[in-house]
Ligand binder design. Sequence first.
Ligand code: ARG
Ligand code: ASP
Length: 726
Amino acid sequence: MQNQFVMKFIKLQIITFLFLFANPLLFAGEGMWLPLLLKSLNEAEMQSLGMKMTAEDIYSVNQGSLKDAIVHFGGFCTSELISNEGLLLTNHHCGYGAIQSHTSLENNFLKEGFWAKSKAEEKPNPGLFAKFIVRIEDVTDQVLKGAKDKMNEKELQSLTDKNIDAIRKSTKLEKHEELEIKPFFKGNQYFMFVTMTYTDVRLVGAPPESIGKFGADTDNWEWPRHTGDFSLFRIYAGPDNMPAEYSENNIPYQPKHFLPISLDGVAEGDFTLIFGFPGRTDQYLPAVAIEQTVDVLNPAKIGIRDKALKIIGAKMRADESVKIKYSSKFASTANYWKKWIGESQGLVATNAVMKKRDQEADFQDKIYKKRKLKKKYGMLLGEFETAYKDIEKLAYSRDYYSEVVGRNIEIFRIQGLLSRLLNIYQENGEAGYENYKRRLIPYFENFYKNYDANIDEEVFAALLEMYVENVDNEYIPPTIFNYAMGYDEIAQELYSKTLFKNSEKLMALLSLPAAEAAEQLKEDPIMQLGEEWKELYDEKVATPYNIKKDKINALQKQYMAALIEAYPDKTFWPDANSTMRVTYGQVAGYHPKDAVYYLPVSYLEGVMEKYKPGDYEFDVSAKLIDLFKEKDYGQYADQSGKVPVCFLGTNHTTGGNSGSPAIDAHGNLVGLNFDRVWEGTMSDLNYDKSICRNIMVDIRYVLFIVDKYAGASHLIEEMKLVHPKK
Ligand code: ARG
Ligand code: ASP
């Protein structure tokens, strides 16, 4: 008995050993891969994890493939085609702006949801676009043609700019095609993306916020989750199926491929693939940079937002009208506040700094053993230490300024725009002034609808105090030192005198002749403070920071090249940069802390457990409660008879992956990506399979809501529902 156990143990060790060393960096989960390289880098592993497709099924330039169903939504989210008539699925929080723009008190689509009963009722969204990737090519050789080792960064930049220009001129594009060239691996590699953009994208359907945003900020970045975070759009094309400006005569776009939808769901361990447009990761930072993030930069940013959110949150709880005004802004500030807290905790919990230090020791060891590598890269890690230490104070002050002035004290946003208006007046005279003013007015009208100067004044006092206490004197506008009064009084003094604190005052000012308005603008105390602060910031912080940052970027580029040279057998993936990527993994739960294990699937039962009547985050509509009570689930329940709501996977995702399809082993849609778990938000800096999980809505919940809740069965009829497991 015991012997058998030992044999088994040894076998397991050998397998683990072989697996680790055959694929040192490749393990299901980590990595955001370029679709055109899947064949050479990932296909074998993907199939070993259960995938039944080939790389060609996912990305092909010769025939319709999965990639033809994946659409960059407005440049900030992902979406996917789910019918032959251009029906597009994305998150509720991605469609939010569009839904909000059609919302009024009489037609409150945020609150009640919106369902077009026919195509004629679908709502156009000027400015919203849907971008396809036609093909991807490696253009590294052309972009770096003529590059020499001894060139400095400036020389290299102008060479690559010239080469990129030449590629642009010589690449043959079809009508409507456009071209983007982007650096990968910090500029060690370049890829070209040929794209096609459709601009007639109409809103088709959205659940009420009590479903699409269920749990709101409290549940944001958390598991267990019960949000039906989806909305539906449709791409329209000209009569030739090509991009066309909005027109009533446009027709639903006919895609090369759309995703069939699986009704069979997923089980723990099932293969999942996420296809989309992740925005930004920083996976190849040295330990010293991670340390700086955890010890210095994240705490500063978290602290500032903490203060602002506490002030605004208290006002929102006390006053319903404030809550309406501030809920969207509050959510957006709280989103990254909460993310950074999770990120720092996760980095600490997984010993990210120590792991990076170990990797760096191994790297140093490797390059010291090869004379050529040692000569080229021997100093690199030391230079990183110096460069990051050297930029620390500036990076900290930069974050402070951008959080305090650039984001959380809102009146400086108005001041910044008006300052620009003044500049335009000085440079282009009255015509330029009037022109820019005309563009600003609608923005201002919108801004003041959701602005409360008393709250902002309180935020101003609190954040100014933090700034003065925490930032070096040389970065503090001298005017502040001249006040012989407390922060509350400074705030009161400024806000009582400024003309920017409400719409009426500002509009009256802007209705004056340009010369007169300019005089008053210049005299405004908020204008004066804002300009003084900005000038000081540009000179003392931004300018030296950018110089040091360029140096760091050059080091990061070298480090990337060095890693690739030092570990020829490892497969590296390039940091996210808003280009199309594939990530793959498996459905899996996780251990958030000692003695706790989270199962990977949540159910409608959980929505009812969280239900708090009247609470704006956890209210549930009567209709949904009825469906639950009647167990009126149609074909959307799983084998146990329950409706699954969300599930977890080990797929490596980041901001921009919202709305990405979760695809099963056969290429069917099983879920809709929308978030990550809190403990694992450090995946942007150091993915760790033990706690990094992405959160998806189960597609059966989406269909259940569309069909049973909204009664939009005509939409279900457009889709192709399949049973791959039967
Ligand atoms: N955390 C998700 C993401 O980063 C969802 C954000 C939208 N939801 C919210 N409650 N703010 O975008
Ligand atoms: N919620 C994010 C998004 O909107 C996704 C993430 O950060 O995981 O793209």
